[in-house]
Design a protein around this ligand. Sequence first.
Ligand code: SF4
Ligand code: SF4
Length: 361
Amino acid sequence: MSANVASKRQLAMVMDLNKCIGCQTCTVACKTQWTNRNGRDYMYWNNVETFPGAGYPKNWRTSGGGFDNEGNLKEGVIPEIETGYGTPWDFNHEDLAKGVEFKANAAPIWGPNWDEDQGAGNFPSDNYFFYIPRICNHCDNPGCLASCPRDAIFKRSQDGVVLVDQERCQGYRFCIAGCPYKKIYFNPKISKSEKCIFCFPRIEKGLPTACAQQCVGRIRFVGFLDDEEGQVYKLVKKYKVALPLTPQANTGPNVYYVPPVAGPLKFDANGKPIPGSDRIPPEQLEELFGKEVHAAIKTIKDEMEIRKATGKSELLDLLIAYKHSDMFRLDAGYYAHHNNSLKPVDHRYDAGKFTSFKAVH
Ligand code: SF4
Ligand code: SF4
């Protein structure tokens, strides 16, 4: 059954998919910041995948987990390292100068971005794709937390960040099956599960997550969901143009997406645009973001007309984000104020952080 894990405040992120260019700078920023010990090599706490596509890990959208409408945990699968995540491979760089063929040291069969930019349809008549960057959603009702028999996953009451207590975790991996987003990973070197920590050590200093700070497309807003003056609140609650991914998994995600709004029309056999056609099938957007996606897209299109007519639109100003720093509303003072009550909670994460090697049983 779902767990009662309500937090006092909730940190959230909004990602505007209309601006993501799939450059993977966010992925590199995250890896540079957090792949700081062995065993995290294959993990992508942040990844950017092409839709339509199988995603990362492969076929996560059909891998179960989350809750049914009665609040019961649904069965999920744990992706295989080789076929689901892909085994990292290397190249014979040292042989290049000797005239030896440049090749991978293994025959890879899957990996992150395996199907990058493939998309669907036929060029130029009806082809389409867009990028979906993904991190842990720091859910209201985390499937990972509910499925852990060790009570090793906790949601911080002060900001709703979901963390794994590295001391309690025994590496059972039920959490991976329970997460419908497959955003929790097994570290085979230390036999524990690990995941995106919403860069909480940065957040507590008033800095945005590394992925948001480095985002080239300026697609990521970070702030508290209850901050009515914040961009996150306005996009999610006021204008309702930012929506959770696959909300039917019933975990209450706190990462929200502004859906892709308007691509070029489809072309007929003579290369002429087909009036009223949708290059991105609306039913696929509905599957990703729920029925609200149509109202969200209409709101943005209506605001574009208002902007054309009047030159004004708070919503479009927000989405354009003229100044990168305006995309983050964090409050280091809030954390400083709560410092004493925070420490014991964070200790649970930190204490197991340098766990030494344990064989996998
Ligand atoms: S996205 Fe997955 S790992 Fe993150 S809190 Fe939700 S259920 Fe847990
Ligand atoms: S850095 Fe920003 S624009 Fe580039 S892939 Fe990541 S989310 Fe998209």
